[in-house]
Design a protein around this ligand. Structure first.
Ligand SMILES: [Zn+2]
Length: 86
């Protein structure tokens, strides 16, 4: 039995982060690869989510995590995707 750690390097390949900057109203996506590059693969996902800021105004963004739907429209947003680990 292996323990799943909620760190960046263990995220599902289809996992996505959707960020919303409240000060400027901007929506943007954050690639997992960019987070790993900046923070390292062992960074806990919840910590990484708190570090995401808006590139335009520098404000702290609120972040949802989720997976794209099979039909490509919209997203399943899961506060806790631990059960999705293959
Ligand atoms: Zn902003």
């Amino acid at each position: 039995m292996s323990q799943y750690r909620d760190v960046l390097s263990d995220l599902h390949p289809r996992h996505q982060f959707h960020a919303h900057c409240h000060p400027c109203g901007r929506f943007f996506e954050v690639p997992v690869t960019a987070l790993i590059e900046r923070l390292g693969p062992d960074t806990p996902t919840t910590v990484a989510m708190q570090k995401i800021t808006c590139a335009q105004c520098g404000g702290r963004a609120s972040v949802n995590r989720g997976y794209p739907k099979e039909d490509g429209e919209g997203y399943f947003l899961r506060p806790n995707p631990l059960d999705k680990r293959p």
